[in-house]
Ligand binder design. Sequence first.
Ligand SMILES: Cc1cc2nc3c(=O)[nH]c(=O)nc-3n(C[C@H](O)[C@H](O)[C@H](O)COP(=O)(O)OP(=O)(O)OC[C@H]3O[C@@H](n4cnc5c(N)ncnc54)[C@H](O)[C@@H]3O)c2cc1C
Length: 562
Amino acid sequence: MTESAPTAHYDPSRLNQAQRARSIEAATGRAHDVLVIGAGVTGAGCALDAVTRGLSVVLVETGDIAVGTSSRSGKIFHGGLRYLEQYNFALVAHAIVERDLQVKTLSPHLTRPEPFLYPLSAHWERPYAGAGILLYDIFGLRGRGVPRHKHLTRGGVVRHAPSMDPDVVTGGIQYYDVRMDDARHTLAVARTAAAFGAQVITGAPVVEILRTGDRVVGVVFTDGVGGQRREIRAKVVINAAGAWASDVQQLAGTHTFDVQPSKGVHLLLRRDAIDSDTGILARASDSVIIARRWWNYWLVGTTDTPLDGDRGSPRPEVADVQYLLRELNHFLRRKVQPDDVLGVYAGVRPLLRPVGTDADATSALSRDHSVVPGPDGFITIVGGKYTTYRLMAQDAVDAAVKSGLLGDVPESLTKNTPLLGAAGWAALRNRAGALAGEHGLSRRQVERLLSRYGSQIHDVLAIGAADRTLITARDDWADYLPAELIYAVTAEGALTLTDVMMRRTHLAIELPDGGHDAAPAIAELVRAPFGWDDAEVTRQVAAYRAAVAADREALEMVQAGL
Ligand SMILES: Cc1cc2nc3c(=O)[nH]c(=O)nc-3n(C[C@H](O)[C@H](O)[C@H](O)COP(=O)(O)OP(=O)(O)OC[C@H]3O[C@@H](n4cnc5c(N)ncnc54)[C@H](O)[C@@H]3O)c2cc1C
């Protein structure tokens, strides 16, 4: 392991194996104010909210940061146009404020406003859809994070999106939402919490909730590496376990809601699969289909079906891949082919269902979030959307404060707390050309690095100081620099090869074989900082390949015409 014990230069935002060991010691050594279960965006957000109010905080996670839904979303901060049709104006209004806050203040380096085209197939649709999109803009007037919408004729649609079929589309309305990289954004939230002093412990499933009488006083987790049972004591435990929130609530001895797991699948397409300078959001047979530009690719989703299998490893099915291609192709004259698809993934929406109720269609269940207090000292935060995670976290910590167990606690500061990498990012972006010259990179490469690391770019580039090959992009690794993979281990808390290739980078969906062939060389590159021996390298490659093969099985069947 390259990290050593804390020194004068100790940087608490650097997450790695040595930090994990230190955090376990610090977490188990004394009682804390707040313990958060689950390092998805909601739990990471709770940790950041609580620690910036001056509370002592521990964040524990079964697997990797963002291993659940928070790395498998549609990757947009959005108000959610379709929720307007459900008359959920409050959700849309709040989400738009949060969207704009991310772009302007919290994570400008990780986000970018993107145009979306709403195609119209009949003339009567224009006033109806136009009113909704106008409202969308009105909700955004305060934040002004994105440009306003505009109406397009059929000719205008085809000029922006030559791929669109003019026989199907009569015109369109273009509006804006914001693209992001969910796994990296959640990582930034967790690292920011760590920078303020939160102890972040991944590979640590909570298996028991400790109680004294009726009151929750802490948790027991098993140390994923050693398998040892460890106790952490806290005045308040916040359950942010997403799709597992009901199971965790039941560990605390209460059962007031279930999570109805709903599966959503996305496809990653080659950039040239669709000829368009704008994303597309269109009506699908049972909901909407969205194709958005996502860095050098198109990301297309999503499905919305009840999930029967394991919530930890939702699998795309043949019918999911076929549905997405069919619904998208309805609007396109040059049809997207199965071979245009590079990767596929599925995620689980944590939709809340109070005990004793039923829902036929998961798309009808509410996307609002709920704070569920109880038992004493235990608060569950569940539901909602990625976009509203900050508000959800604020509400959960407010509820913890209201319990009276934490004493006098200041109000939430997260509205004004930029995430790691945001400070100084705009100035660095203006210096992209100079930075490129200093490091022998292209301007495009520096801009790409800035959109992944913000002002942390210097830490990544420093890895190449002694060996330039480490900052030389590998086109067989989707243009990632080897230094990025090393940084994933030394500063971004990756504990496995799968963490490196699926969440710190997206090699698993960007490479057409899912990274199968690249895995051994990448494992060799990261073995030194991980401290792996030969047997561990072999085990890590096999585990990664198995995970990717399971995700890709349905796609490969469609590509083979089966
Ligand atoms: C297909 C799809 C597309 C979506 N698209 C968007 C979008 O574009 N924009 C948007 O705003 N929202 C979107 N969403 C919703 C959004 O992704 C989720 O609301 C959000 O990611 C949920 O985050 P979370 O932290 O609550 O849950 P999760 O990310 O699932 O985190 C819960 C964590 O708890 C951990 N955990 C569980 N049990 C334990 C335990 N016993 N001990 C320790 N840890 C535990 C899990 O490992 C997991 O990491 C989408 C959702 C889906 C499924």
